[in-house]
Design a protein around this ligand. Structure first.
Ligand code: FPP
Length: 247
């Protein structure tokens, strides 16, 4: 990795507590090369590996990446099938390395909708990396923020209906405890690639106070170095100040 970037981030007070990433641009990257979208997704996996490695180098506590959205189910069936195969393959293949590097990997989203083989790969991944202490790595998969919030509301309503909760006791903390990110700090920084300035139904509750940085690079061209540069740039601009939530 780039020791100077890592050292500068550490010297500046360390990385944020949580960085969330919208990996965008695989399809366009492939299209520009006259290739099918799947080719871009495969290249995207390599970029993701490099970013995870950089995140570990800089000792980022929590990294959440948007791997497959609720909306992605509407893509052509052939693309969905190939993305599912890619996910299954890599979620399985990366287990030893993630375990060796102390990563605790979890999946956030409606996993029931995923094919059984992907669900099984997730079960193994989560079970095998459960003890990881170096970094929490969340894959948002079959994930949509609005549905996540509706699910939290449903759970709270059930508690009220069962007489276990007084409606007056519902506050932000209680609501957040029913989100997939329960117990984790909110992302302080949200990175999106490919120049798009949209949240795309990603972590809408959790990013209420996050700083947003957009990279012009398409995701397969993104890298661990680009990731660290964005963290450093954010650190310099934020001036080491605490997140806005404290203001
Ligand atoms: C967005 O590019 C990217 C995705 C929909 C999938 C991202 C998935 C990966 C990088 C693979 C993840 C792998 C693992 C193991 C978690 P796009 O297709 O929307 O690109 P476009 O905006 O150019 O069309």
């Amino acid at each position: 990795m780039n020791p100077s970037l890592v050292n500068r981030i550490r010297a500046g007070g360390g990385p944020p507590a949580h960085v969330a990433v919208i990996m965008d641009g695989n399809g366009r990257w492939a299209g520009r090369r006259g290739r099918r979208r799947e080719y871009g997704h495969r290249a995207g996996v390599l970029a993701l590996r490099d970013v995870v490695s950089a995140a570990l180098e800089v000792r980022l506590p929590v990294l959440t990446v948007f791997a497959f959205s609720d909306e992605n189910w509407r893509r052509p069936p052939a693309e969905v099938t190939s993305l599912m195969s890619l996910l299954e393959l890599h979620l399985r293949r990366e287990v030893p390395e993630l375990k060796r590097r102390g990563v605790c990997a979890r999946v956030l989203g409606r996993t029931r909708r995923l094919p059984p083989r992907v669900r099984w790969a997730i079960t193994l991944l989560e079970r095998e990396t459960r003890q990881g202490k170096a970094m929490r790595l969340n894959f948002a998969l079959s994930y949509g923020a609005r549905r996540e919030m509706a699910r939290a509301a449903r759970r709270l309503a059930r508690e009220v209906a069962d007489g276990r909760l007084d409606p007056e006791g519902i506050d932000e903390g209680r609501f957040a405890a029913h989100l997939y990110t329960e117990g984790l700090p909110d992302p302080e920084l949200l990175i999106r690639t490919s120049g798009e300035h949209r949240l795309s139904n990603f972590l809408l509750w959790q990013t209420a106070h996050a700083r947003i940085r957009v990279s012009p690079l398409l995701w397969p061209d993104f890298s661990g170095k680009a990731f660290l540069e964005m963290i450093l740039d954010d650190q310099l601009r934020a001036g080491g100040n605490p997140p806005v939530s404290a203001a």
